[in-house]
Write a protein that binds this ligand. Structure first.
Ligand code: MBD
Ligand code: FE
Length: 281
């Protein structure tokens, strides 16, 4: 059919009316967003000759997959796209430098225990893996130690499951999740049971989507961080293990240059030294 069909008067009028653009009231910005989103879907329908049956199949997928949108958004690259958008906006504003940001993902939980000291233990539950030892320092743009920092850490257990989201129901709340209050020198050191990579729930919406795209829903072993301190911009980031086979094939596109340390493995334990550099607020 005519590739420009969406541009015809009848369709353009339909779009304006459907988004309430021809009326008073409502939210002006959202009207524009809604209109353009629907228009983009219409363009896809025309380009791919989508049938009515296929449209309803897609709607059914969206309805059933609702609970897994938090996984689907990183899986289709949208969450990492927002990293790239933020980077670009920063460049335009002349804000550069510091540890790269990368996606938060859907598995952070607020309110983890606040702990302090050296070599703090993040793991509450027994686990059969070795131990991850991490050390480093939070610094500012001039190499100065950042004072009053809080390091939020969260990661999966040896089966790739996160507390609060574990289908086996085996983990106590906040296992492998802590907020670490850092000293005035910005240094941190913690130990935690070594995480395995994450996989989306088998047979779920994210898994089915990955399969029809000829992809997989797996992530390399990784550790998430927020780093916050007064006077500095909060950093959302994570490290992915550089020697994980999926280090360059992360279904969530979270791995970035500068965030791929290779652990120093000794027996079943692993040691990672990693410094964070924050931008000033
Ligand atoms: C994860 O552990 C994760 O970090 C992301 C981004 C998506 C799914 C699972
Ligand atoms: Fe994760």
């Amino acid at each position: 059919m005519n590739k420009n069909f969406v541009q015809t008067d009848a369709v353009q009028q339909l779009l304006d009316r459907a988004a309430g653009i021809d009326r008073e009231g409502g939210d002006k910005r959202l009207k524009g967003v809604a209109r353009d989103l629907v228009e983009a879907v219409m363009q896809v329908i025309v380009k791919y000759d989508v049938t009515e049956g296929e449209l309803w199949q897609a709607i059914k997928f969206l309805q059933e997959g609702g609970e897994e949108f938090g996984l689907i958004v990183p899986g289709i690259g949208l969450e990492h796209f927002m990293d790239l958008v933020t980077d670009e906006r920063d460049r335009e504003a002349g804000r550069t430098g510091g540890t790269p940001r990368t996606i938060e993902g859907p598995l952070y939980v607020e309110g983890a225990p606040l702990v302090e000291g050296d070599d703090v233990n993040l793991t509450s539950d027994p686990d059969d893996t070795g131990t991850l030892y991490m050390t480093g320092q939070v610094k500012g743009p001039d190499g100065e130690p950042v004072q009053g920092a809080i390091l939020h850490v969260w990661h999966a257990n040896s089966k790739g499951f996160y507390s609060h989201f574990d289908p086996t129901g085996e983990q106590t709340p906040f296992n492998n999740r802590r907020r670490i209050k850092l000293r005035e020198d910005g240094r941190y050191s913690f130990r935690s049971k070594l995480p395995s990579g994450y996989s989306v729930p088998p047979g779920g919406a994210a898994d089915r989507l990955m399969k029809v795209l000829g992809r997989h829903g797996n992530r390399p072993a990784h550790v998430h961080f927020f780093v916050e301190a007064p006077g500095y911009r909060t950093l959302t980031t994570q490290i992915n293990f550089g020697d994980d086979p999926l280090a360059q094939d992360d279904f969530a596109f979270a791995t970035r240059e500068g965030l791929l340390p290779t652990p120093n493995r000794q027996g079943e334990n692993a040691f990672v030294a990693f410094d964070f550099e924050l931008q000033r607020a």
